[in-house]
Design a protein around this ligand. Structure first.
Ligand SMILES: [Fe+2]
Length: 158
């Protein structure tokens, strides 16, 4: 698995590259870190040895990029280019972050040692009034999505 701080800055770097640069035409904010967070250039096994941004710096970078991306989103026209048509690039970046959220959760689940994350207990879930079990008849089914799958339908570096 990647160091969690790699995922954090990688998410922001992809957001910067696609939404700020490709969609909005802005100049690179931290071009010197692009290659560090390029999943094709650095497989997971190499990432712990990279000179990654420290956690606080990665959080500041991610917050800065997110604020700028929300500004871009505010002014975006969802037509005109392949990236902007129907919000394609925005959907792609949202899906990309969700993929990494899952990857980061798996990283936490696989790790050993003392608890690394703490949070207050969640509010109790509302009681479910449906049956405890439901019979699903056997037969063919669609796994995943069958319409508008978006750009992240194949497995590749993440
Ligand atoms: Fe990724």
């Amino acid at each position: 698995m990647s160091p969690l701080v790699w995922d954090l800055a990688h998410i922001a770097n992809q957001e910067e590259q696609w939404l700020l640069r490709a969609v909005a035409g802005q100049e690179a904010i931290r071009p010197e870190i692009d290659s560090l967070y390029d999943a094709f250039e650095h497989p997971r096994s190499e990432r712990p040895g990279l000179p990654l941004l420290a956690p606080d710096e990665a959080r500041r970078y991610a917050a800065d990029i997110r604020a700028r991306a929300l500004d871009v989103l505010q002014e975006a026209a969802f037509h005109g280019t392949r990236l902007t048509e129907a919000g394609f690039a925005f959907g792609m970046i949202a899906q990309h972050e969700q993929q990494h959220d899952e990857t980061m959760l798996v990283t936490h689940q696989l790790r050993a040692g003392p608890q690394a994350l703490t949070a207050p207990d969640p509010a109790p879930a509302p009681l479910f009034a449906g049956p405890a079990e439901a019979l699903i008849p056997g037969g063919p089914f669609t796994m995943g999505t069958s319409s508008e799958p978006g750009p992240w339908t194949t497995n590749g570096p993440s």
